[in-house]
Design a protein around this ligand. Sequence first.
Ligand code: SF4
Length: 184
Amino acid sequence: MYLARILYPVKVLGPGNRVGIWFCGCPRRCEGCSNPELLEFQKRYETSLETVMSLIKKIAQNHVVDGFTITGGDPFFQPEDLSHLLKEIKQISDDIIVYTGYMKDELPTTLLKNIAVLIDAPYIKARNNNCLLRGSDNQTIYILSEKYRDAYKKYLATAENQIQNFATRDGYISVGIHRPDFKF
Ligand code: SF4
């Protein structure tokens, strides 16, 4: 699988202290994509589910994991790896947000059943209107899990967009929904 980064605690892409997971690779080329460095399927980001889960389990052993947010790249371009990962992380928390450039109706229900919240559709720069959790307002937030429906309704009604910066081996990484004119 091609997976570029795992960050914790991500507090700006969903409620609580989340493990953020960035897949690598997306053949779409949305103008203004917030992670252009992750669009190619890069060899240096090739890894295994075992390696990824070992890291995530270490985080979960030592910290509270309220949920996961999976983005990229587009995770649905690696559907089998995504499926395996969802089944594994669900054992830690089933509050799982997944971003995709596909439309929801294009996605297999076998994958959707392990996702609490799906945010779909390609990013459209001209429609970046500072929406909570959404890069552009053509995207839809689907609360797929009944268990989390009320919690997410409350979160979406009360939370505000924020940016969070992480110092990593690859330099500083800014996480969150950025406006088109954002400069780090
Ligand atoms: S679908 Fe998402 S990851 Fe792919 S190019 Fe568009 S914004 Fe970037």
